[in-house]
Design a protein around this ligand. Structure first.
Ligand code: PMP
Length: 375
């Protein structure tokens, strides 16, 4: 039978307790949300939703074509200018997702004959970028500049180092300044994914590269998503204008993809302007994360000290992690649950996201529920 092997895989997955299912979220959820990536609480902010609605009314429900044909509106250009300016880079290019932005940056900057040095903790989209790129990938130990140095040392040709700025599983930050130093010793480029840093780290949420003093550097390229702190959808690559021009001409996920929907561009632009006006939102998200960590630790739970807005809590086993998350849900709290194969180290966790708009009472309630339902 066609696709017969799928049933065998499904059976294995069922036996291992690793089946994933989709659960539609109601518009007005009664759950306290520590599972989404809406770090600044902007996804439903009236200015952001109005930005989306106005853009759809002006430009239509979709971009109507690829960016190089009909899919670039004035709104896309405005978003690119303001995003580059906010994060301190010369230019930016908007994509339909952060995933597409990562595929673009890695594939277009790692041609045949080049070396890609990739951190072992990188997000799936960077890993897929490495798989699609014509260069050769060497995976190195997590957040180890010396391992990066060693990998670069063995190579003569063009090289690029690829890393998340904040890792999505444990919420730990990469040693960006040291990565940049090692890259400079070897004339390598640095590509970093700031999906979890933008809006949270750096002055007023300008991101982890800005905080590390790398904004505007001619050897640093940053990818971001518009779907987390900005409460919208889409992604972008930021960097020197000559790199952005190269992507326009060479990145397949830019050239062959329909442009970002105007509504998403409008929402992201509104969120960006709001963050400029209310920069304290970034610090508040970091403070909520730190508060969550302090209280979880005080309750005897094994939580990783957060560097941004992601707080990871260790679970004893994948099965117990799933049950723990379900018990939280039954008690009115939505949390993320990471387990193999999403986590390559085999350690299962609850993943909590700090939101700038969580109140003291909500933080207290979340910690109480997690403590009371612990396996
Ligand atoms: N990079 C990281 C680190 C992420 O966590 C995500 C989203 N899960 C992405 C990239 C992909 O971004 P998007 O959802 O916009 O495709």
């Amino acid at each position: 039978m066609a696709f017969g092997w799928i049933d065998e895989q499904a059976e294995l997955r069922r036996r291992a307790g690793l089946v994933r299912t989709l659960r539609p979220r109601p518009a007005e959820s009664p759950l306290l949300d520590l599972a989404s990536n809406d770090y600044l609480g902007l996804a439903r902010h009236p200015e952001v939703t109005e930005g989306a609605a106005r853009a759809a009314r002006t430009w239509g429900g979709g971009a109507t074509g690829s960016r190089l044909v009909t899919g670039t509106t004035e709104l896309h250009a405005e978003l690119e200018r303001e995003l580059a300016d906010f994060c301190g880079f010369e230019a930016a290019l908007v994509f339909s997702s952060g995933y597409a932005a990562n595929l673009a940056a890695v594939t277009a900057l790692a041609p045949h004959g080049s070396l890609i040095v990739s951190d072992a903790g990188n997000h799936a989209s960077l890993i897929d970028g490495c798989r699609l790129a014509r260069g050769t990938t060497q995976v190195v130990a997590h957040s180890e500049p010396d391992a990066v140095r060693k990998a670069l040392h063995t190579y003569d040709g063009p090289a690029v180092v690829v890393s998340d700025t904040v890792f999505s599983v444990d919420g730990d930050a990469a040693p960006l300044a040291r990565f940049a130093e090692v890259c400079r010793e070897h004339g390598a480029g640095l590509v970093v994914d700031d999906a979890h840093g933008l809006g949270v780290l750096g002055d007023g949420g300008r991101g982890a590269p800005h905080a590390a003093g790398l904004a505007g550097a001619d050897d640093v390229v940053v990818t971001v998503t518009l779907s987390k702190s900005f409460g919208s959808q889409g992604g972008a690559v930021l960097g020197p204008a000559r790199v952005i021009d190269h992507l326009v001409n060479a990145a397949r996920t830019f050239i062959f993809d329909t442009g970002l929907a105007p509504a998403a561009a409008g929402a992201a632009l509104a969120a960006l302007r709001l963050l400029r006006r209310e920069p304290e939102r970034a610090a508040r998200a970091r403070m909520v994360a730190s508060e969550l960590h302090t209280r979880l630790t005080a309750a005897g739970l094994e939580a990783v000290r957060p560097d941004a807005a992601v707080v990871s809590v260790r679970a004893p086993s994948p099965e117990e992690a799933v049950l723990w998350a379900a018990d939280c849900r039954a008690a009115g709290l939505a949390v993320g649950c990471f387990r193999p194969p999403s986590v390559p180290d085999g350690i299962s966790r609850l993943r909590l996201t700090a939101r700038a708009d969580l109140s003291e009472g909500q933080i207290e309630r979340a910690v109480r529920v997690i403590g009371e339902t612990r396996p």
